[in-house]
Design a protein around this ligand. Structure first.
Ligand code: AHG
Ligand code: MN
Ligand code: MN
Ligand code: MN
Length: 335
């Protein structure tokens, strides 16, 4: 590994060598990283920075908003609206799209984000994160509408997340593998720590909120029961379980050492969809996982191929080590 490569240098070199990152996209990624740096500092201040607790409002999905959900959302918007690289943004914390105000130039990209993932972890000093996904605005018409965002995950041109844990680490793909950058607080920049991240195809670790077991569909029950049966069961090996309750942290663990993460549809939901949102949680994470050699499905279909119909659409998520994801997906087709 080359030493001390900053995110800026990495993006410039990728632009130069592979032509994978056009100038506007490079600016966009730099700006997102800068916003994440600011969010990281706010997160670190905690009680000292008056950023803890609830804001007393609800988002469009009926969740109580934490102060940090709103601070992170505003930080991302303020950082991104003026640079001329975006046409519009969409976020978990905003009902409709946010069109770049016309006092600024309009760019060709669309940015979606979950500004603060793992909100229930904020007040207990546990890992949280920011997730983002970038699309190109379809050509051929002036202005921008919500319809422009309705593109399957295969159309993403960049995706990533930033985890605010013991270290702040930005994880990124532009379709050429997955790279990780850790924030060096003395230098104030993200430094490359790993390229070509790979998820092992097999694993003995699963992540799911077990308290929902009685509500799951049969295929998911079958898979988890077989894991729980350990060496004596049909899998013939013992499994370990982890659940951070922040998708960013659970996916980060999987990118670091493998595993399978599931947030499946459950019977309390009116439609056949889980808790997580397709556009700014499932799609970016699925692309990262696929780029690292893993797989991501909703039990029946590759997540990246789902045609979205709503900005805040929810989806069943099964992602991680390839052979395990294929197994759960097979159980769905056998059921
Ligand atoms: P968010 O905080 O952005 O609303 O997302 C929370 C999600 C996801 O990060 C995590 O995997 C899941 O909720 C945790 O759900 P449980 O509370 O059921 O554990
Ligand atoms: Mn939320
Ligand atoms: Mn989230
Ligand atoms: Mn969130």
């Amino acid at each position: 590994m080359k030493k001390n490569i900053s995110l800026t240098r990495y993006l410039v070199e990728q632009q130069r060598v592979d032509g994978l990152i056009p100038g506007q996209l490079r600016l966009l990624l730099e700006v997102v990283a800068r916003a994440c740096k600011r969010i990281s500092f706010a997160v670190n201040k905690g009680e000292l920075g008056e950023v803890m607790g609830t804001a007393g409002s609800e988002n469009v999905q009926g969740e109580v908003q934490k102060k940090l959900d709103i601070i992170a959302n505003e930080t991302l918007i303020e950082a991104n609206e003026w640079g001329g690289h975006l046409a519009a943004m969409a976020s978990e914390e905003m009902e409709g799209i946010y069109v770049v105000p016309n006092r600024y130039p309009q760019g060709e990209y669309l940015l979606m984000f979950d500004p603060l993932d793992g909100s229930s972890n904020i007040d207990i000093n546990m890992s949280i994160g920011t997730i983002f996904s970038v699309l190109k605005k379809p050509e051929g018409h002036p202005g921008v509408t919500e319809e422009d965002f309705m593109q399957p995950g295969t159309q993403q041109v960049a995706a990533g997340y930033c985890i605010y844990g013991p270290q702040t680490t930005l994880v990124l793909t532009v379709g050429d593998g997955v790279s990780m950058f850790t924030l060096d607080r003395e230098q104030g920049s993200f430094i490359l720590i790993e390229e070509n991240v790979k998820i092992p195809e097999d694993t003995k670790e699963f992540a799911i909120n077990m308290s929902n077991m009685r509500h799951w569909d049969e295929p998911v029950k079958r898979y988890v029961q077989e894991c729980l049966a350990g060496e004596e069961g049909p899998r013939g090996k013992n499994f370990n379980m982890r659940w951070v309750a922040a998708m960013v942290a659970d996916v980060h663990r999987i990118l670091c050492r493998g595993g399978i993460f599931m947030y499946p549809w459950d019977k309390r939901e009116p439609q056949k969809a889980g808790k997580l949102r397709l556009m700014y949680e499932a799609n970016p994470m699925s692309w990262l996982v696929e780029q690292a050699g893993g797989a991501a499905t909703n039990g029946r279909q590759r997540i990246l191929e789902i045609q979205p119909t709503q900005l805040h659409e929810r989806v069943s998520v099964i992602l991680g080590s390839k052979n395990e994801v294929e197994r759960v997906t097979r159980y769905h087709s056998e059921a």
